[in-house]
Structures are given as C-alpha cells and as structure tokens.
Design a protein around this ligand. Sequence first.
Ligand SMILES: [Zn+2]
Length: 85
Amino acid sequence: MPLDGNAIGGLLHEVFGTEMTDAVATCGTCGASGRVAETVVYLRVPGTVVRCRSCSAMLMVISQIRGTSCVDLRGLAALDPRGDG
Ligand SMILES: [Zn+2]
C-alpha cells in the first residue's frame, strides 16, 4: 500500500534541512510537476522510494547506509523548495 509524500516529511526535513513536503518536484521522465506531498511513496528496506504520481517513474531514492542518508535524485528534472513552481 503506497503512502504519499506527507509520510516522509520528517525524513525529508532531516535530509534536506528544510520543510520539503510543499516543495515542487518535476518528473524527469514525463515532465509532470507537483508537490512532494502528493508523490507516491513506498517505504522499503533499505530505502524509501518516491515515485511520480503521473507515470510512476522513480523520482527519489533515500537510503540509509551506515547511519547516513544517501539521496538519489536522478529521476527529478527539478526540485523547487519554495513551492512556487
Ligand atoms: Zn512522471
């Protein structure tokens, strides 16, 4: 059962050092953009996978490796923390 971006608000805050659920993420695959809060999130060991709601492409992968959060943002065309597009 997938969650949404709100479920990882705390994790994203830890990784980016700021509130990210209101940030606007643009998919590098289909170009859709939307709030991080509205992405599709799968919590999986050892990583958290964030997928595009439009095309299901992987936007972000957040892995915990030896206590450090490693973030793969390759699926994103843009990530705007200001949330104004
Ligand atoms: Zn997409």
